[in-house]
Write a protein that binds this ligand. Structure first.
Ligand code: 6PG
Length: 256
């Protein structure tokens, strides 16, 4: 079900948000089992926002819960808000409530970004260092996640990569602290495009009619400067998992 190797994204349209969550959770299990069979662990960066919650909740429920190799799963976050882990807007808090607190992942295999840190630059560098250690990256090498989950805002942002941000031009640092004036919580932390585009699988989860217009722009103009359109895995698979409401403006050929 996952992706096509010619670099073109695979677009999967599901009936509604519930069906999207079911399809996403099943795909995550598939990728996790494939990764553990191939290299004995599954590394995934979770997306924030509200769309993925239903997917995380589905993963925490049987039967999918029993199919996941939790003891071999390593959880990271593709982005975080500059808040404490118990803050209502924390991506970690959402994922912990929906999934992490309900499944037997060894705590040392869950790495959150310290959004509450006094100095965001220090927290970003600390996270980048930790990711490098877990992936045993040689100097300058990028980590290759088995899966990076992403959402997309109505302005085409993804992770905490916002339109016009200088961080979109980052080529070295894997993690950046950003100040996103337009965001609900301006202090943000995000994986940069080099890390995202180095992943083996990237999966966007996009639901709701309010995303239809920007989705058409992102998928219709691959050279678009919108951050979500700049996600193009160099040697990986890109899947857009949509609900029908978000896909309304896509040409019939694009979705299936
Ligand atoms: C964040 C997310 C962000 C999110 C989009 C979509 O921290 O806000 O990483 O990129 O995925 O804003 O959010 P919704 O799923 O709530 O529409």
């Amino acid at each position: 079900m996952i992706g096509v190797m010619d670099g073109a994204p695979e677009i999967i349209v599901t009936e509604d948000h519930t069906a999207l969550a079911e399809a996403a959770a099943q795909a995550i299990v598939e990728i996790a089992v494939e990764a553990v069979n191939a290299h004995a662990r599954f590394t995934v960066a979770l997306a924030g926002g509200s769309t993925p919650r239903a997917t995380y909740e589905r993963l925490a429920r049987r039967p999918l819960r029993d199919r996941m190799p939790w003891d071999r799963t390593w959880i990271f976050f593709g982005d975080e808000r500059g808040v404490a882990p118990d803050h209502p807007d924390s991506n970690y808090r959402m994922a912990n409530q929906a999934l992490l607190s309900k499944v037997p992942i060894p705590p040392r295999q869950i790495s959150r970004i310290r959004g509450e840190a006094e100095d965001p630059e220090v927290a970003a560098a600390e996270y980048a260092r930790h990711v490098g250690e877990v992936f045993e990256c040689k100097r300058g090498r990028l980590p290759r996640f088995d899966l990076i989950l992403l959402g997309m805002g109505v302005d085409g942002h993804t992770g905490s990569l916002f339109p016009g941000s200088p961080v979109l031009k980052e080529v070295f640092r894997p993690v950046a602290a950003v100040h996103a004036a337009a965001a609900s919580i301006p202090q943000r932390f995000t994986f940069t495009l080099p890390v995202i585009n180095a992943a083996a699988h990237v999966m966007f989860l996009v639901a709701g009619a309010e995303k239809a217009k920007v989705l058409k722009a992102v998928l219709g103009e691959p050279s678009s400067a919108l951050p979500a359109a700049m996600v193009r895995p160099t040697n990986g698979r890109l899947v857009w998992l949509l609900d029908r409401a978000a896909a309304t403006l896509l040409s019939p050929a694009r979705g299936r």
